[in-house]
Every structure is written in structure tokens, then in C-alpha cells.
Write a protein that binds this ligand. Sequence first.
Ligand SMILES: [Zn+2]
Length: 525
Amino acid sequence: MRSLILMLAIILLVKGVYPATEDDYFSVMGEVYFRFQNPANTSLVNEISKIVSISKVTSEWIYAYANEKEFRRFVSLDIPYDVLEHPGFMVAHNAAAKFSFETTNTEYPSYPEYIERMNQFQASYPDICSLQDIGTSVQGRKILCLKITGQTDYFFKPRVFLSSTIHGNEPVGYVMMLYFIDFLLSNYGIDSVVTSIVDRTEIWINPLSNPDGTYWAGDETVFGARRYNANSVDLNRNFPDPAEGEYPDGNQYQPETTAMMDFASIIKPILSANFHCGAEVVNYPWDTFERLHPDNDWFISISRHYVDTVHLNSPGQYMDDLNNGITNGYQWYRITGGRQDYMNYFQQCREITVELSNSFFPASPYTYWTYNKDAIIGLITESFTGICGVVQCKEGYPLQTKVEISERDFDNSFVFSEKQTGRFFRLLPQGRYNVRFSSAYHYPETLENISVDSGFLNVVNVSLEHAESGDISADRVIDITDVILCLRMAIGLEPFDLKTSDTNNDGITDIDDVILILRMSIGLR
Ligand SMILES: [Zn+2]
């Protein structure tokens, strides 16, 4: 019903009566697109960024979106603004034309066409492609992900994740992801580069993260697409934030956000990119912290590499915003609750954000695909430079271990080995590193001078020794820390580890063990 009413409203608008005021926009779109002069005052811009959703900053203007509540708060700041034509009305929709993979395609798919294409990929290439339903939007649309990988037995296959259109009215990347999937599947076994990356990596592609925003006017058209989800929340401000913590935007986590968090927790991609449009730049972490990411050099290098490759395949002036096409997120403008920082800080995945086009609905999304194709392939191959390996216990079972680069890692930039397999990946620039492995109840190990060469994953396997009985903290001394840990285990405040805590070998961790460890710590045993 809602969608029918909206369709009627939009049909009226197509006849020439576009909304003009913010109230018109709220009644049709539920959000307004506007701009105000850049006050050239970082702390003020940071404040405004917490109230409305800033989408682009130039030296002169700041562009932003707001739902009604956000906009009322902005208006109370008394900053002059202009309401702009909503990008959702900028698409030239030809009801007679259908989306296709032809070079001449000018159409964006309808929702049923999208679902059909995604199913068709799996049906046509079942050996290398499987479709996963990773969640459901507020209005019940599917959030889909395709897993593409060859049936090869490489043990160290990096997982790379590409996704697009978390902002519903930024569909260039959505279509580009479909082109990319089609390109990988139809060239596998034919093109040696494609075959190699499909065989050596696991590529996960989610073309459309915010389907309700994209199909705001109904399933048949992207005309009327909006930025926010169906609850009028900007999904790219809705993630836990490294600086601001839980619920940084004051909203509950949306179903689309939860789907993405669950996906990342289960699949644990090591490298990812999130595609947007409205600007032409690659944005790297952090968005929330002013200080630089410990892997800042690596982020600059992969971002530069992406944009340099784009420049080889596109006309001048494409993707040259800010520092010739790349920027640190915070230095451009601060956002909180963004997916990029969430993935980096909470999921130990290295994610960048790619802004693909100034135009929201370019007539030929195919053209942008040709500009970005080699760069996306190049980005995937960045997952081949670094260190990988397996961490085990001396007894031979896999261990979930923190893997840290000494004198480099902070702000959660370490990675973990997987619980099930003990496998880890750490992407790094070329160089030599000391790598520290640590896991609860095990003596940590540091391997020195491990080399990283461009294009190679150096395999480093490690086994850690279980700590001695009584040394629960695994620091090679039995002291009050161990007494407290044992006490916490005995009263059920944390899971016990029999090898270190059951000092009297009676199969349980209880007060007798606490007393024994206390006696050990003061030299009575
Ligand atoms: Zn965006």
C-alpha cells in the first residue's frame, strides 16, 4: 500500500511537479538532500556530522541528507541551506527497456530482475558460485551474497568481500557488481587472470546492501531511490563505532546492519571494499579517529594502486577528487557508525570505501565498470601480499590466537587465527616484521624478521606450548594474578582451563585449587 501511494506521488512528480520544499520531500521521500556553505571549522562540521548524514564535502559546500527529525535539529542551528533536487529523481527511466549485460545497457535492474540474475548465476555456474541469503531488509527484501571460488584445494585462500549500495540511491556499484560477477563466471577457465584469482581466493559479492532504499518507489524501478533504509536510518552511520561505541547514531541496529555484522562475524573476510557514488575518490580508514591507522602506509598504497589503475582505463578528470583520487576518511570529513571503521576495528578486516561517480544515476553504468574493472581485480590481488599460516597447540589442535606485529599494531589492528582451523592472514606492505602469537593459557611466541615480499603470502606456522599447572596467566610466574584467575574460574565467572587451573588433578576447578595456587605463589609449594 505504501509503495502504491508513493508510486502515485512519484507519477505526479514525473509530470513536472517535483517536490520543492523540505516538507514536500519528507512526504514523498522521507528524507531531504541539501547543502550548506562549508564553515571551514572542523569541530563544527564534526558536530553537524553527528546530526545529519554528510555525503560530500568540497572546499565551498557541504552536501548532506536528513530525515525529518535530523533536519529539524539541523535547522535549529540556524545555518543557511538550500534544498536540492533529490538524486532519486535524476534517473532517466525507460519502462520499455530491460537491464542487460550488453555494452549498450543504460538500465538499472528491477528488484525481480536482480533476484533472477543472482539465482541464474548460481544455476549456470554451480561449480564455482553459490548464492547465500544473508538477511532480510525492513520491508522483507533479500540481502544476497554470491560466493565465487574455484574447486581447488589451496589451504590459504584469502576471503575478499565486495559490496555496494548501502545508500539506496547510489546504484552504480550495484550494477558494477553484477557486471563483475558475470565477468568472473563467464571468463573462468578461459582468461588466465580470472581463473587464477577465482582459484586462489574466495570472493564474496553483495551487490545491494540496502534494497529498500533502492526500490523505495516499488520493485519495478530505481526511480525514486533514496539513501536511507525503510526506517529512515542511514545504514552507513548505524554500525558500532570504535570511538563512540554502541549505537553511535542513537538508533537500534537495523536488520540490514545486523545482517552485515553477522555475515562479517561468520565469514571473516580479510579484505573488503564498499562501493558508493556521489563523489570520485577512494576513502581509507579511519573515519572516526583523527589519528592514523597503524597500516596507514598499506592503506595509502592499495588505494593509490586502485586509483592509478583506474586512471589508466578512464578519461582525464575521472576519480581525481581530493589527493588525486584518494583520501583519509577523517581528513575529508568525520563520520561515526560507518561500516568501514566497523569492519576494520571490530572484524579485523581491511576495508576501503570507493566512491565511483559524481553522478548518482549515470546513463551508462557500463562505462564506469570499464573504468574500474582492472582496479577491482588489482584490489583482490592485494590479498596475496602478507603473512599467513596456521597456529596450533603443541598437541596438534588448532588454536584461536592473536597475531600481532610488534611495534606496529594498536587500535585493534592485530588479526586472529580461526578457531576451527588455526589459519590466519595478515596483509602487510613489503618489509620485515616481528610477529607475536598469543593465546589464553599458552606461552606466547614471537617470530622475528619474517619477510613480506610483494605478491606473496609468506607461510609461517607456529605451535604454542600450553602453560604449566598453576600459571593460568601464562606469564611463567605463579603469582596473585593466577590466584585471582583461579578464584574467578572456581566461582564460575569465567570458563576454567583444567590444564592450568586444576592444580590438584581432581577434574574440577574449585577452592582447593585456589588455595594451592596461593601456596605456590608465596613459595609454600
Ligand atoms: Zn554513500
